[in-house]
Design a protein around this ligand. Structure first.
Ligand SMILES: [Mn+2]
Length: 277
């Protein structure tokens, strides 16, 4: 589908005025949330529609350890300001902010923000998109989440660790056990799990007659065609700083805010990956 256009890297989109912005998995209320980056993105991006695609406020964490700072306040302020100044804001609760799901039957609208179990968005190009958090398809992603984000460097590290690990095992008379092979198996498994999730979401959209699906949940931004429908995952603001945007002409684009602004990922609020996606 020609709705997909990838920006040349390092090129800032002009003006940041979008028809629609989708964000999810911001996990406000946790240390992992990139609150300052998100607030900055929301300040600069104006839009007609804003979809909050779940796991915005982390209620699981809210009940245990609770972290809130000025940047988290600023994120909420920016969202409320948008709702006040004409942006149509839709909040679709995820599994971490499921406390809001209890209010869904009420058809609630708070401060101009519509609360919905799921939603539909029609792009300027006429594509009908199903908008849902995606945790309903969790059964296909029962894998340790952290392994999905293990990159090459972690693998290299594992290879080195493996040598020492087995040297010690040998000393104590234990047989050789390959940590790196085990890790590799796990990572492969996680990649497969992500793929199963993506296919399941795409199939659901197709089954229900949509042209595509917008979701979050697995903290893995993606934009691709699967079996004839668009699979669009807006990513997260914990492990990355990603959003899905629709330009006024209907073009869909994944924004990597950290990369665009050359933000260092090893800045103040050190990332803690939430217990589950
Ligand atoms: Mn989730």
């Amino acid at each position: 589908m020609n709705a997909i256009h990838k920006m040349p890297s390092g090129h800032l989109p002009s003006g940041h005025a979008y028809r629609c912005v989708f964000i999810s998995d911001t996990h406000l209320g946790t240390r992992g949330c990139r609150g300052a980056f998100l607030a900055d993105f929301l300040r600069q991006a104006s839009c007609d529609h804003l979809f909050l695609v779940g796991d915005i406020i982390d209620g699981w964490r809210l009940r245990k350890s609770w972290y809130w700072d000025e940047s988290h306040d600023e994120v909420l302020r920016q969202i409320l300001r948008k709702a006040r100044s004409g942006t149509e804001v839709t909040y679709i609760p995820g599994n971490h902010d499921e406390m809001f799901r209890a209010w869904l039957p009420l058809g609630l609208e708070i401060a101009g923000i519509k609360l919905r179990a799921e939603s539909t968005h029609v792009t300027a190009a006429g594509l009908r998109l199903l908008v849902t958090h995606g945790d309903a398809f969790d059964s296909v992603v029962r894998y340790a989440k952290f392994l999905a984000v293990l990159g090459d460097s972690a693998y290299t590290f594992a290879l080195i660790t493996n040598r020492w690990f087995n040297a010690i095992r040998r000393q104590f008379g234990y047989p050789y056990w390959s940590l790196s092979a085990w890790l590799k198996r796990q990572v492969k498994g996680a990649v497969k799990a992500i793929d199963r999730f993506e296919v399941a979401l795409a199939n659901e959209a197709r089954r229900r007659g949509f042209d595509g699906v917008v979701c979050g949940h697995i903290h893995h931004a993606e934009m691709r065609e699967i079996n004839g429908v668009l699979y669009l995952n807006d990513g997260d603001w914990v492990e990355s700083c990603t959003a899905l945007v629709e330009h006024h002409d209907g073009r869909l684009e994944l924004i990597d805010w950290a990369a665009l602004n050359r933000l260092s990922f090893f800045q103040p609020n050190s990332a803690k990956v939430p217990a589950a996606a």
